[in-house]
Design a protein around this ligand. Structure first.
Ligand code: AMP
Length: 359
């Protein structure tokens, strides 16, 4: 049974996950006059500060989920690692955007990379490692590889560079023999990402791509403009449009790419708003968060226009000093997430440094 949706006012958007992305989605929704209900397993979720309602319960708590779906009109996610049964259950009762198939695909690196390859888009050469014997199939004399768990990896967690079969075996065992992939190490010149929105009528809008720098596998900065040629930007847009359409996706989709000397490769798909799109909050006529809320609520999506050159800098763990240093050539907009406690590798906020135009 699916509840009727009132596409006018009063719609309640259920959001699975209560981190900073949930906070920024809830703020964007409230600015459009829409209500949100955050569902999170953590009692310290920062998004509770901004939503109309919240539920603290495990993602497989059937009673809590039953009550949740009674109170919402549509559902969305702010992180992808939500149990399959939960997504199946929710989408049986309310429209889930993006669709569960897109989320399942992004939960499993092997399925995700297969999907990309099947659509004739380049990805780093890869192979599944489901057991120790599979490791023999990768020729380490030819090239090293990166061993990555198929599921639950993020910000470089569950990833190791491996140069020999012995080393690969060691890490595979350390990863509890959980299904993995091994992929070639890409000698990229640049990492970039696209943020694309698709509405319920199938129209698509894209922000300009950002150039991203990672430190210890975690996003450090995103820069606008990316410095890419128009021809490359057009190619990135074409690939992103193909992927979002093939997935029959509604909402904001983020895609990370490697740019090599003569190639564009997709690295990863995130079925949600993304850290590399935080620049849009201060650098564009619409933020990625408002665009997502618009798309899933059946409101018209907006053609993004870049207003400023800027750099988005993540505040991670003890990096707190970065944003205290001021610079006359830029205006800094600081966003703090309100997380409980400073922890190494934890994303605590971000700073958008808008470059002042010289007049
Ligand atoms: P991922 O979680 O797969 O997006 O990886 C996080 C970061 O690790 C990427 O943004 C890259 O900086 C680096 N990385 C991941 N896979 C590769 C690869 N095959 N070759 C080179 N660098 C990689």
């Amino acid at each position: 049974m699916t509840k009727d949706i009132d596409s006018k006012s009063g719609k309640i958007i259920g959001i699975l996950g209560g981190g900073q992305l949930g906070s920024m989605l809830a703020i964007a929704a409230s600015k459009l006059g829409l209500k949100t209900h955050i569902y999170s397993s953590s009692k310290d979720s920062p998004a509770f500060n901004y939503s109309t309602k919240y539920t603290i319960a495990d993602y497989d708590d059937e009673i809590a989920l039953k009550n949740f779906i009674k109170e919402i009109d549509i559902a969305t996610i702010e992180f992808e690692n939500i149990p399959e049964q939960t997504l199946n259950y929710i989408s049986d009762y309310v429209p889930l955007y993006p669709n569960k198939e897109s989320i399942f695909l992004s939960q499993d690196r092997f399925l995700e990379k297969n999907f990309i390859r099947e659509n004739s888009i380049d990805v780093a050469d890869f192979m599944p490692i489901n057991n120790i014997d599979d490791i023999k199939k990768w020729d380490f004399n030819l090239r090293p590889g990166i061993l990555k768990t198929r599921k639950f990896g993020y910000d470089g967690k569950g990833q190791k560079i491996v140069t020999t079969a012995k080393m690969c075996e060691k890490y595979f065992i350390e990863m509890n023999n959980s299904p993995c992939i091994i992929e070639e190490v890409v000698p990229f010149n640049m990492e970039v990402s696209t943020i694309t929105a698709r509405s319920q009528d199938g129209s698509i809008e894209m922000f300009e791509p950002s150039r991203n720098i990672h430190k210890n596998h975690i996003l450090h900065t995103s820069n606008i403009p990316s410095g890419l040629s128009n021809a490359l930007i057009e190619k990135l847009h074409a690939i992103s449009k193909l992927i979002i359409s093939k997935l029959n996706y509604i909402g904001v989709l983020s895609i990370e790419f490697f740019i090599t000397n003569n190639n564009i490769m997709v690295n990863e798909i995130a079925p949600r708003v993304h850290n590399s799109g935080h620049w849009t909050m201060d650098g564009a006529n619409i933020s990625q968060f408002e665009q997502h809320i618009r798309a899933i609520s059946n409101l018209p999506i907006v053609e993004p226009k870049t207003l400023h050159s800027l750099e988005m800098l993540n505040i991670i763990g003890n990096d707190i000093y970065y944003w205290e240093k001021s610079n006359d050539n830029e205006v800094r907009k600081i966003h703090i997430y309100g997380k409980k406690g400073i922890k190494s590798g934890r994303k605590l906020g971000h700073v958008n440094s808008i470059k002042k135009s010289k007049s």
